[in-house]
Write a protein that binds this ligand. Structure first.
Ligand code: G3H
Ligand code: 13P
Ligand code: ZN
Length: 311
C-alpha cells in the first residue's frame, strides 16, 4: 500500500529501528528490494533521484512501483523524491503522486535553505505530502575533507540551528550531516568516524523528531572485491561500518539512505556473469543474478537497520 512516511517514522522512532530508503532506477532494483521487504515483513521507502527520473522517465518508475505494490499489497511503501534540487521538481513529484519529497537546499545559505524548504512544505502539505529537508553538508563529492576544505563545524549540522530550521520550515524530517558522504569512497583520509555526540545533541534538541542519514552505504567488501576481481577498478573503496548504522538507527535516525551498496552488488554480480559466461548474450542471465544480489543485500540491510517484522 502507498503511504507517506509519518506513521513509518513514528513506529521506527519508538521501536529504535530505521526504515531503509533505497534508490530505484530500473525494474530489477524495484523487484529485488520488494522481494526482500516482503520476506522480512518490512515497510520501505523507494526513492527516486532527479538522475533516475532522467534515466528511466518518471512514468516508468512510478508504474514499476505501482506494479510492485500490486504484487505485495500489504507492504507499506513510500514513494520519495531523493535530493529534489528545486521547487519545480518537488512540485512535479508531488503532482505525480509521490507520497514524500526531499528538498535539498543544503548548499544554499541558511536563510535561502529555509525559504526554499518552506515553499515546498507549503505546497506539499496542502496536498498531504511530507517533506524531508537537509541542514549541513555531507563531505565527499560536496566538500573536500582535506586541508583547505570546509571540513569542520561549518558543514556538520548545528543542533540549535536544527531546532530553529524545523520550526521555521515545518519540514517533516531532517537529513543531518555527522560525517557520512555519498558514494563508494567515504573516510578517504582516515578511519571511519561519525559524530555521535552531535547526533545525540540533535536528537535531544528535537525529541521525537525523525532524522535522516544520507550516504549510509557500508560499501560491502565482498562486492567491491567481486568488482575488482572481474575487471573493475575500485581501489580503496570504503563505507560506513554497519555497527555505526545500527547505532544511529537507535538514536532518532528513522530513515537510512542506501544507493551505492545496490550499485556495487549489481555491478559485481554482472561483471562475474560476463567473465564466467562470455558466450552469453541473454540479458536475463546477468540481470537475474543482479536482482537476486539486490534481494540478498536488502535483506541484510533490513537486519542491520532492525527493520524486520514490522508489518
Ligand atoms: O545521493 C544520491 C543518490 O545516490 C542518487 O544518485 O543522482 O546518481 O541517481 P544519482
Ligand atoms: P550512498 O551513496 O552511501 O548509498 O548514499 C545514498 C544516498 O544518500 C541517497 O540519497
Ligand atoms: Zn543522499
Amino acid at each position: 500500500m502507498f503511504v507517506d512516511t509519518k506513521d513509518m517514522f513514528k513506529k521506527a522512532y519508538e521501536g529504535g529501528y530505521a526504515i531503509g530508503a533505497f534508490n530505484v532506477n530500473n525494474m530489477e532494483i524495484v523487484q529485488g528490494i520488494m522481494q526482500a521487504c516482503n520476506e522480512k515483513r518490512s515497510p520501505v521507502i523507494l526513492q527516486i533521484s532527479k538522475g533516475a527520473r532522467e534515466y528511466a522517465n518518471p512514468l516508468y518508475l512510478t508504474r514499476l512501483i505501482e506494479a510492485a505494490m500490486e504484487e505485495f499489497p500489504d507492504i507499506p511503501v513510500a514513494m520519495h523524491l531523493d535530493h529534489g534540487p528545486d521547487f519545480e521538481l518537488c512540485k512535479a513529484a508531488i503532482d505525480g503522486g509521490y507520497t514524500s519529497v526531499m528538498i535539498d537546499a543544503s548548499h544554499d545559505p541558511y536563510e535561502e535553505n529555509i525559504r526554499k524548504t518552506k515553499e515546498v512544505v507549503d505546497y506539499a502539505h496542502a496536498k498531504g505530502v511530507v517533506v524531508e529537508a537537509e541542514l549541513g553538508q555531507l563531505i565527499g563529492e560536496q566538500f573536500d575533507e582535506g586541508e583547505g576544505g570546509k571540513m569542520g563545524e561549518g558543514i556538520y549540522t548545528d543542533p540549535k540551528q536544527a531546532v530553529e530550521f524545523v520550526e521555521r520550515t515545518g519540514c517533516d524530517s531532517l537529513a543531518v550531516a555527522i560525517g557520512t558522504s555519498h558514494g563508494a569512497y567515504k573516510f578517504t583520509k582516515g578511519e571511519p568516524k561519525l559524530d555521535f555526540e552531535r547526533l545525540e545533541e540533535i536528537t535531544k534538541a528535537l525529541a521525537g523528531y525523525p532524522l535522516v542519514l544520507h550516504g549510509a552505504s557500508s560499501v560491502i567488501p565482498e562486492f567491491v572485491e567481486m568488482c575488482n576481481q572481474y575487471g573493475g577498478h575500485l581501489p580503496n573503496a570504503k563505507g560506513v561500518p554497519e555497527e555505526m548504522i545500527s547505532r544511529a538507527a537507535k538514536m532518532g535516525v528513522c530513515k537510512v539512505n542506501i544507493d551505492s551498496d545496490i550499485r556495487l552488488a549489481m555491478t559485481g554480480v554482472i561483471r562475474k556473469a560476463f567473465a564466467e559466461k562470455p558466450e552469453n548474450f541473454d540479458p536475463r542471465k546477468y540481470l537475474g543474478p543482479a536482482r537476486e544480489a539486490v534481494r540478498q543485500m536488502v535483506i541484510h540491510k533490513l537486519e542491520i537497520l532492525g527493520n524486520v517484522n514490522h508489518i
